[in-house]
Design a protein around this ligand. Structure first.
Ligand SMILES: Cc1cc2nc3c(=O)[nH]c(=O)nc-3n(C[C@H](O)[C@H](O)[C@H](O)COP(=O)(O)OP(=O)(O)OC[C@H]3O[C@@H](n4cnc5c(N)ncnc54)[C@H](O)[C@@H]3O)c2cc1C
Length: 446
């Protein structure tokens, strides 16, 4: 598909952040935009799986939540467990005092992208694929325009550019915006900096409250964390990339891989996942009869990946490079997936930023040299939100990586056992549960 030569807004990247930016522009009646992506449709894999209350509300505000609400599992809680018992449960129900969406939506990221893409299509907008941005320079005749060049030689002249092109953003790089951990790289030795995620089925299917739909389980182990999320079988067709979709229930599992174990393969095989489940997973999904009276084994490995996590934030979310340039989503900030905040923050960035861009476009119709104050203000707000969330995920990461080794010679108990004891006690108080649900929901930091 050939690209237009001139456009008001160019969105680079059609991941969740780029798609939502497009939906928000369209909702605010800005139609002079294009959205491009480097890869052909369908190459994005599962990844993020939680959409929190604040993000559902933000999506509803641009009329883009219905498809997700009808497809997703309405998550009731996050349970923190040891391998055999529950330590703490964060129930989302108390959020009903603050939101009409008192739940987290559990839905694989590729389905989220599919649903957002379908909504965009229904508004008459197509993502232009595959078109990879390779260069950007200020237009020689108009100082408020940037010429964006593509791998195939095409050039688009744009007045606003939304860089939604992920953690390795070319827009960020060419605009000369730095990207680093706000506190310096201090998590290098944390075992949870290296993780695997996989979608699996079990034989026989496990029967345990932990494996019921609607609950995300985080099992703490010495220095490690194991995530279990039952998807049931509602996403099987979308999750199965090759071959016939499985008829069985699919479970998302995620686990830290201790650095001393070396780097897992890019696509860890079934045996590797089984080994991690048996070492760190909740007893009810292990194949070890000494832990699980009804042992189960991984039957089908639907998808798997390994990844490294670290935190980084762009020095600026907005700059002028001829056009007004914004970074949203992973292009602007990355951090650990604990707490499931990354994609949520990116979606909310895109919704709020696109609204302000629309106002700026309208203002510039009346005054072609309108200043950038409103653009800078929203960029500062999004930057501050990202800093808060990076701090929040670092706290979660630190808490999750406590070990059961004795803390010091003068203290016979471990930091992990003290953490668990405190959580077990605090978990009896509704007030504490509500506060944790509130923190995860994003309602306090939209
Ligand atoms: C394994 C894994 C697990 C994760 N788990 C979670 C989780 O549990 N919870 C959570 O909230 N987040 C999680 N994340 C993070 C989450 O996936 C990201 O926050 C989210 O995808 C960011 O969306 P985005 O739209 O900003 O960027 P992306 O999804 O990375 O999309 C960027 C898009 O830009 C396109 N692009 C890149 N370069 C160019 C170019 N030069 N020209 C044109 N197009 C380009 C790419 O093709 C891509 O489609 C996980 C990430 C990974 C890798």
């Amino acid at each position: 598909m050939s690209l237009p030569k001139n456009i008001t807004v160019l969105i680079v990247g059609a991941g969740p952040a780029g798609l939502t930016a497009a939906l928000s522009l369209a909702h605010h009646r800005c139609h002079d935009f294009v959205i491009v992506d480097a890869v052909v449709e369908g190459q994005n894999v599962s990844r993020a799986f939680a959409i929190h209350s604040a993000t559902v509300e933000a999506l509803a505000s641009i009329d883009a939540a219905d498809g997700l609400l009808s497809r997703a599992i309405k998550g009731k809680s996050v349970r923190i467990t040891s391998r055999s018992s529950q330590i703490f449960e964060v129930k989302f129900d108390p959020l009903k005092r603050h939101s009409v969406h008192p739940y987290a939506l559990y839905i694989p990221q590729n389905v989220t992208e599919l649903v957002l893409g379908q909504k965009l299509q229904s508004l008459g907008v197509q993502v232009h694929r595959p078109h990879r941005v390779v260069g950007m320079k200020q237009n020689e005749k108009d100082s408020r325009i940037t010429d964006v060049s593509f791998e195939d030689g095409q050039v688009i002249r744009a007045r606003y550019i939304i860089g939604a092109d992920g953690a390795r953003s070319i827009i960020r790089t060419i605009a000369g915006i730095g990207f680093s951990d706000p506190e310096g790289p201090n998590l290098a030795n944390n075992p949870l900096t290296q993780m695997i995620f996989a979608d699996v089925t079990f034989e026989p299917e496990p029967v345990d409250p932990l494996t019921l739909e609607g609950h995300l389980n985080a099992t703490v182990f010495s220095g490690n964390l194991f995530i279990l999320l039952p998807f049931g079988n509602r996403f099987n067709a979308a999750l199965t990339r090759d071959g016939e979709p499985t008829m069985r229930s699919v479970f998302r599992v995620g686990c830290g891989v201790p650095l001393k174990n070396g780097e897992p393969l890019h696509t860890p095989p079934k045996e590797y996942i089984q080994d991690l489940i048996d070492k760190y997973g909740p007893a009810c999904i292990t194949s070890d009869p000494s832990l699980n009276p009804t042992p189960v084994k991984v039957d089908q490995l639907v998808w798997s990946t390994r990844f490294r996590t670290h935190s980084a934030i762009a020095d600026r979310t907005f700059t002028r490079f001829g056009a007004a340039i914004f970074l949203v989503g992973d292009a602007a900030h990355i951090h650990s997936p604990l707490g499931g905040q990354g994609m949520n923050l990116g979606i909310r960035d895109a919704i709020f930023l696109a609204e302000v861009i629309t106002k700026h476009i309208q203002a510039s119709v009346e005054n072609p040299v309108v200043d950038d104050i409103m653009l800078q203000e929203i960029a500062d707000v999004r930057h501050a939100r990202a800093l808060e969330i990076i701090g929040f995920t670092k706290t979660l990461l630190n808490l999750a990586s406590f070990t059961y080794d004795s803390y010091a010679w003068w203290m016979p108990c471990s930091r992990a056992s003290i953490r668990d004891l405190i959580l077990r006690i605090l978990g009896r108080f509704d007030y504490v549960q509500s506060k944790v649900a509130w923190s995860l929901s994003g309602l306090g930091r939209r």
